[in-house]
Design a protein around this ligand. Structure first.
Ligand code: CCH
Length: 288
């Protein structure tokens, strides 16, 4: 009788759902961080892993997880993201078969869904690469700049105006930290729940330069407890951007749909998937 041969472990949807569940559990249990959740910083990790993509050279993007290495991990834009990488380390130990690249993106998906955002369909298949694949500094946006810069940075990834505005709605979540970017404060009153409040506040509040010794940023005149970056205000100063801010402020469902589509595209930039586009997975949230 032939001995049973065990083939190599090929993870499937159920296995990735288990990883999702483990991240969601950690998110709900470790609630003593920042505004009560690691969700925002996990999303920022997934975004900064993906947002290095350059469509001309097909370099950068989430395939590789090269932010693990010093040159890229030390880029100014990535300050503070070690917190997110460290948060995921016990998960990686529990599920050693998942690549860091897939884990970081799956945790971004999980963060969005667990913070009551839309579903973000996911494909697996990213593989980790060595430090020779680190991207040069300067590929991520600089918050002190204007519309030309935003279009140049996101245009390099292949995004149009509408997608740039949709993606920016992520600033409903989290906050700026003086010891990371130098900026200070949250954009909304509910920084651990995804809503279209970022767009509503942009339009409804009065924004003035904050008087302080830090980098130039805006504060809301009424409560002085919220902030906007110079690049955030650009979205209501530029006519084309503004038309999308108006649409998203009016209708949260439209925002969720277009945010989900744009984030899905961001997370897949430059990844040579085997899993076909029409067979993406949608994970169950902890509250489904
Ligand atoms: Fe962002 N972001 N972001 N951002 N971001 C910061 C924090 C978050 C810019 C600058 C900053 C996107 C686009 C832009 C998040 C998601 C997205 C901070 C504060 C700066 C500065 C960092 C700190 O001090 O900790 C600029 C400039 C742009 C575009 O022009 C996009 C796109 C996304 C995701 C889709 C999230 C989430 C945070 C909160 C992180 C936290 O730790 O709370």
């Amino acid at each position: 009788q032939a001995a049973k041969v065990k083939g190599p472990f090929v993870p499937r949807y159920e296995d990735y759902q288990k990883v999702y569940d483990a991240i969601a559990k950690e998110l709900s249990e470790k609630d003593d961080y920042d505004d009560g959740s690691y969700g925002p910083v996990l999303l920022r990790l997934a975004w900064h892993a993906s947002g290095t993509y350059d469509k001309e050279t097909n370099t950068g993007g989430s395939n590789g997880a090269t932010m693990r290495f010093a040159p890229e991990g030390d880029h100014g834009a990535n300050a503070g993201l070690k917190t997110a990488r460290d948060f995921l380390e016990p998960i990686k130990e529990k599920f050693p078969w998942i690549s860091y690249s897939d884990l970081w993106i799956l945790s971004g998906v999980c963060a969005i869904q667990e913070m009551q955002g839309p579903k973000i369909p996911f494909r697996a298949g990213r593989s980790d690469r060595d430090l020779s694949f680190c991207t040069p500094d300067g590929r991520l946006p600089d918050a002190s700049k204007d519309h030309t810069h935003i279009r140049a940075i996101f245009g390099r990834m292949g995004f149009n105006d509408q997608e740039m505005v949709a993606l920016s709605g992520a600033h409903a979540l989290g906050r700026c930290h003086t010891d990371r970017s130098g900026y200070d404060g949250p954009w909304t009153f509910s920084p651990t729940t995804l809503t279209n409040d970022y767009f509503k506040l942009l339009l409804e509040e009065k924004w003035a330069w904050k008087k302080w010794n830090g980098p130039k940023q805006f504060e809301d005149v009424k409560t002085k407890s919220l902030m906007m970056l110079p690049t955030d205000l650009v979205l209501i100063k530029d006519k084309s951007f503004r038309s999308h801010v108006d649409r998203y402020a009016k209708d949260n469902d439209v925002f969720f749909k277009e945010f989900s589509d744009a984030v899905l595209r961001l997370f897949e930039l430059g990844v040579p998937f085997v899993q076909p586009e029409d067979q993406r997975w949608t994970f169950k949230s902890s509250f489904d």
